[in-house]
Design a protein around this ligand. Structure first.
Ligand code: AMP
Length: 419
């Protein structure tokens, strides 16, 4: 199938040609015609499948047609809500690219930065708005933005949205939106709470599903090193001796861990940077830009910060820590081998994580290839006293972090209720 076969208009086809997209991905093939027919869509797809274009392209086409006909003043017609600022920025960049031969106006709003510039852009008028939930509701409650005219709603990465505690924000937003509208709902996984939420949002939707979470992209080669906790650092340096690994997204479990890994790499003159929730927005953007340009070789990220990272042809992903939730592994390695490119995922497993590898292999229904040529293999030796002490300290720290996060979430919820 070609993009031309989907009934797309010339300005969009030309923009897609500029992006060197040759043919639609599966989710695009399925979703674009449905959205153009004004159907509600329940999309089960993860990042890397081309889902952003699957909703952005038909939205641009629908609004472009209305605008041509009515020549109305700029009215907000489509609202795209997504959990993280990185994702929001990237969706907006995609919209910019796909709509460059139309006169549509769009912008993006997200928290963590001053609102002035965002408000200025909004007040000049936009047709399409990409937003994270907090800043969106904040500007609405200040009377600086209205969603009364929205005819198209996209809820992107709904499962992440709930994981991040945005359910109340979404419920509030739904009360503010016109009931008569077209809605598109995307989620990588479809547990019960997501299905329930989608029922509230969608009317008679068509379900579109590609690559369910347990199916790791076929183009990704997966490798596993069994090692010890104390030798991960050296093993990582050994792996990075391979100059072919020139751009790698490395996952760390914690923010502190991410900082530590980046620091260690820099000490060895390997260009690295860490991105996570504690970093200022401009720091994160800078690191991402340098990574895309190739001036940073290793970008160390936590799972949440990495959600929005979209680097064309990212070949390497390293799991410095094995995630304890098997689905997270699938999300992580999905960052490589995007849109048909080949990708390589390398995981470093310490004894305490062996059970997580078993869970992952059960989920993806395949064995990950173990690398035997490993100068730092896992030993069966029990941990030394010093290692045990360090491990206990780390466990204690993780516990504290968990409770601190929970407290923060509870406070946020209490604040919201008070408002
Ligand atoms: P997404 O799943 O929306 O995060 O998209 C993943 C990546 O695939 C992005 O880098 C897109 O620019 C790229 N992409 C989306 N659609 C296509 C296509 N039809 N052909 C080639 N690349 C695409």
């Amino acid at each position: 199938m070609r993009f031309e076969d989907l009934g797309l208009i010339q300005p969009i086809l030309k923009a897609l040609a500029d992006k060197n997209y040759e043919k639609p991905t599966l989710i695009q093939e399925k979703a674009i015609p449905l959205v153009l027919k004004r159907k509600d869509v329940l999309g089960c797809a993860q990042t890397g499948t081309g889902k952003t274009a699957a909703f952005a392209i038909p939205i641009i086409q629908l609004i472009h047609k209305i605008e041509l006909r009515k020549q109305q003043p700029t009215t907000l017609r489509a609202l795209i809500v997504t959990p993280t600022r990185e994702l929001a920025i990237q969706i907006d960049e995609n919209i910019r690219d796909y709509s460059k031969y139309t006169n549509l106006r769009h912008t993006v709003i997200f928290g963590g930065v001053k609102q002035g510039k965002q408000v200025e852009k909004l007040q000049k008028g936009v047709h399409i708005l990409v937003a994270t939930p907090g800043r969106l509701l904040d500007l609405i409650s200040q009377g600086l933005l209205s969603v009364d005219t929205v005819k198209l709603l996209v809820l992107d990465e709904a499962d992440r949205m709930l994981d991040m505690g945005f359910i109340h924000d979404i419920r509030r937003l739904l009360q503010l939106l016109p009931e008569k509208r077209q809605s598109l709902f995307f989620s990588a996984t479809m547990p019960d709470n997501i299905v329930k939420l989608s029922n509230k949002i969608l009317t008679n939707p068509t379900k579109v599903e590609v690559a369910p979470v347990s199916s790791t992209a076929e183009t990704i080669q997966q490798y596993l090193y069994y090692t010890n906790r104390t030798t991960k650092k050296d093993l990582l340096l050994h792996i990075l001796e391979n100059p072919e690994i020139n751009q790698v997204l490395l996952f760390a479990r914690t923010k502190r861990g991410a900082d530590r890994i980046a620091r260690n790499l820099k000490k060895q003159y390997i260009k690295a940077a860490a991105i996570h929730g504690d970093k200022a927005q401009n720091q994160r953007q800078k690191a991402l830009k340098q990574f895309k340009e190739g001036t940073i070789r290793v970008l160390v990220a936590t799972d949440i910060a990495a959600r929005g990272i979209d680097v064309d042809k990212l070949r390497f992903v390293i799991n410095h820590d094995i995630p304890n939730v098997a689905e997270t592994y699938v999300h992580r390695i999905g960052r490589s081998g995007r849109a048909g490119e080949d990708g390589i995922a390398i995981s470093l497993c310490e004894p305490e994580e062996n059970a997580y590898v078993r869970d992952i292999e059960r989920l993806i229904k395949q064995k990950i290839q173990v690398i035997k040529d490993n100068p730092f293999p896992q030993t069966d030796k029990p941990m030394t006293e010093a290692e045990k002490k360090e491990w206990n300290k780390e466990k204690q720290r993780r516990k504290q972090e968990f409770f601190a996060n929970r407290r923060k979430k509870q406070e946020q919820q209490a604040n919201r209720k008070r408002r």
